[in-house]
Design a protein around this ligand. Sequence first.
Ligand code: AMP
Ligand code: MN
Ligand code: MN
Ligand code: MN
Length: 342
Amino acid sequence: MTTISNIDLHSHTTASDGALSPEKIVQRAYARGLNVLAITDHDLVAGVASAVSAAQEGNAKLRAHAPDMPQEDFLYGTGTVTGVERGALERTPEERQLTIIPGVEFSTLWQEEQIHVVGLFVDITHPQLLDLVANRKEARQKRAIAIGDRLARLGIEQAYERCVAAALPGAAITRGNYARLIFQDGKAKTVDDAFHRFLRRGQPAYVPSEWGPVDEVVAAIKAAGGVAVLAHPRRYNISNQRLRKLIYEFRQYGGAALEVASSQQKPTDREYLTHLCEQYDLLASLGSDFHAEGPYRDLGQNIDLPEKLTPVWSLPEAQKFGLEPSFKQRVVHVSYKKGTAA
Ligand code: AMP
Ligand code: MN
Ligand code: MN
Ligand code: MN
């Protein structure tokens, strides 16, 4: 049993380390009953425009009752849906409309820790944002090539070239792309195993990164009319005391929200973040951080936001994209049987 939310503000496409193209992720969003999806690829915004067009097309097809739209069936990556809450499948074309929120997930360095900041509701043509994207693009390419060289010495040939070929033109190649490739090559038991044995700090293909500071990223997001969200705050390898320091500084820089709810998160972590959100007077965001079909993390999956928190879309920045402060997160309860989809 799990829940699927109608709003998800953190996802990746083949513009960075996601497995689905912008068009495919939009189809998946319709099939899973989403109304709002933010595309937040690593350090660039190249996937946003195609996702927006795909959703415009999808919304028009729904209104016209076109037969080639995906059924709303809450499809599941590695299993079969065995039950969906009563009434969940009886939505009108109007109730199935999907809004794409332009977003980005920037990598930063804070006290030698790689901290991620999600920018939502951004103008993807803003010069200050694009400057930062250009700067990251160069740093990412240099590092990705260096990782590829190390992998070649470990017997994984042409890794950079193959990651580039599998992604969109100009995509940001991250360790996530490499982890999937190593797994697909049969050199690791799982994607996670690939990451742990080759790519993380201390492992043979690790190359340190030189991302810029948090304040620079928050400033660029704000300049582009957006809102800065501290991504998955419980996934960093830092003490609670340092996390509090980070959150305090993030807020000083103009950061607006914490990503309180993520897929694959311990209930106690969500409770702790709820508490921090209230204590530091921040807004709350939510996101699956979807990269690829799998049993634990999928669009909208298990990201219920505690009701007492104020959602990030209460800000006027969200309204530019038609996301009203009165928008209510709705979740559908779904049960699945693991295994191969029928
Ligand atoms: P990078 O920004 O190049 O350092 O790569 C970070 C990306 O690697 C994250 O966004 C994840 O998509 C991916 N990643 C992090 N940890 C893991 C893991 N344990 N297994 C697989 N992928 C991971
Ligand atoms: Mn990633
Ligand atoms: Mn991240
Ligand atoms: Mn992410």
